[in-house]
Design a protein around this ligand. Sequence first.
Ligand SMILES: Cc1cc2nc3c(=O)[nH]c(=O)nc-3n(C[C@H](O)[C@H](O)[C@H](O)COP(=O)(O)OP(=O)(O)OC[C@H]3O[C@@H](n4cnc5c(N)ncnc54)[C@H](O)[C@@H]3O)c2cc1C
Length: 382
Amino acid sequence: MENVSSLSFWERQTYFEGVDLLIVGSGIVGLNAARAARHLKPNWKILVVDRGAILPYGASTRNAGFACFGSMTELLDDLKNNAENDVFDLVQRRWTGLQRLRNVIGDKNLGYEELGGYELFSAADKLVWKECLNRLDGFNQQLESICGKKNNYEVATHEIENFGFSGVNHLIKNKGEGQVDTGKMMKSLLSLVREKNVDVLNGIDIKAWQQNESALLVDTGNGFKIPTQQLLITTNAFAKQLLPDILVEPGRAQVLITKPISELKVKGTFHIEKGYYYFRNVGDRLLLGGGRNLDFKSENTYEFGTTSKVQDHLENLLSTIILPKHTFEIDQRWSGIMGLGPVKSSIIQKVEERIYCAVRMGGMGVAIGTQVGEEAAALVCN
Ligand SMILES: Cc1cc2nc3c(=O)[nH]c(=O)nc-3n(C[C@H](O)[C@H](O)[C@H](O)COP(=O)(O)OP(=O)(O)OC[C@H]3O[C@@H](n4cnc5c(N)ncnc54)[C@H](O)[C@@H]3O)c2cc1C
């Protein structure tokens, strides 16, 4: 990136002077905050910056694209440490967040498909399977009041053979679960924001800021400062690098995708082991992610990258359980960094005068990111 002495007068005046709201991070939260802030403040100069050199470099363009709001084993696990109301409030938040995402971007632009979500149970999951059966009716009542669907969860063990799985004893289907094309989602959102006269610039790494009487002076790692009236930090996993006291830890998530597989039977989104593993079809490819539980310590990192420990395990799952009847080749592997904390809720708050944050989306940012961005914008603009 150019340093200040080589920025022209025009560049400086057009992009970096007179900023009313500077948003740090152009993931799903930052872009939605910009969109919503423009609606509330038509005359503000709004600038979104991201340190990713070409594209944002966090989780929003690197995730699995599950439009999910809670699988049964995940909710049972949450119920161990949280009140029932809190657990289903979060389901509600994820459900309404997804409807908001679909309204804002549109299903076609999202590549949204509602193929249903499934949980896989092996012989080792006998106890949790029984617990799911016991709770099925109660969970369905809760879900009906949230998403209006009758019998949202249903036993789908008869579908195991259609999918071609091996070593799977039972399936539960979540009828309302869908999937998005993550690339289309983020590209459409970026276009929407730019259409609304918000500048989104890459390659700008925010380092610190100083308050003065009339503005905040925000230091970039690029040799110049950006004066702004308000600063909104939407850096999610990386929040602690700017706000050292905030309770957000990085959690790396690794993914792989196969080359196209002829006659792939797997369609929909799938969860194994309380969601520690997840897979879906992307057209006729299979995307599989997870395995952070194999080595929590090493995956508690800001560093992108893949490890043979996790990737070998993912490949083993493919050949033994998910695609035992297919030959497949891995096309690509990548990682993204999630923002995690001691509880699943996100943090949307004023940090100090002129400074706000909306961070810690966990593994739910596709579901809640639109609404979180809107709530952050309302906080900043009012
Ligand atoms: C592999 C993977 C799979 C996932 N699958 C799903 C899923 O299926 N469904 C779901 O709902 N969620 C999923 N998630 C989670 C979801 O992607 C995230 O919750 C969501 O994208 C977070 O959005 P965000 O805008 O808060 O943060 P991010 O998208 O991480 O954006 C933060 C941005 O801040 C920028 N930044 C950081 N520090 C600075 C700085 N100092 N200066 C400038 N810029 C900075 C980064 O470059 C980054 O682009 C997954 C995540 C991963 C990694």
